[in-house]
Ligand binder design. Structure first.
Ligand SMILES: [Zn+2]
Length: 154
């Protein structure tokens, strides 16, 4: 029940936050999701002496699917970044059902999820990774694709 409430809230959140023109709403959604899943994923692995990348990415993918957000292939990610893809997306389906097509990607929450879990896996800060959705199914692509890179800090 809590998960469904959160999902419903997030769909409304994107629509509402995009209507506020004086803040970068997409960044807010990404950063919030990154921080949330950074903490959650760190807790999952807190009792393990060593984190194996394949196992951790598989667990993250299963968590994402279990929460009802879709199928996310994270196997192309390393400590330096890489690519991820989704062949189903709650955000695409729900946006289409409620609002129809749009001209920009919609999976900002997923970008934050990926950044958060990578930060947790590689024991980095939650803002270490920059994730951009380069293709989204809402734009008629077959997959949503995400490009991940390390943020240059300084
Ligand atoms: Zn998408």
């Amino acid at each position: 029940m809590l998960i469904f409430s959160k999902i419903f809230f997030r769909k409304l959140q994107l629509k509402a936050i995009e209507e506020i023109t004086f803040i970068d709403g997409h960044a807010v959604i990404k950063e919030t999701a990154a921080e949330e899943f950074f903490i959650h994923f760190k807790n999952i692995f807190c009792n393990e002496e060593e984190i194996f990348l394949d196992k951790a990415l598989q667990k993250a993918s299963e968590l994402y699917r279990f929460m009802g957000f879709g199928r996310l292939d994270l196997s192309g990610l390393t400590a330096e970044g890489g690519t991820a893809s989704a062949d189903s997306s709650y955000y695409v389906v729900s946006w289409l059902a409620k609002y129809g097509r749009r001209a920009t990607p919609v999976c900002y929450f997923t970008c934050g999820f990926i950044a958060g879990i990578l930060g947790a896996i590689f024991e980095a800060e939650p803002d270490t990774y920059e994730v951009e959705e380069t293709q989204c199914m809402i734009l008629h692509y077959n997959h949503c694709n995400f490009q991940v890179s390390k943020r240059i800090k300084g």
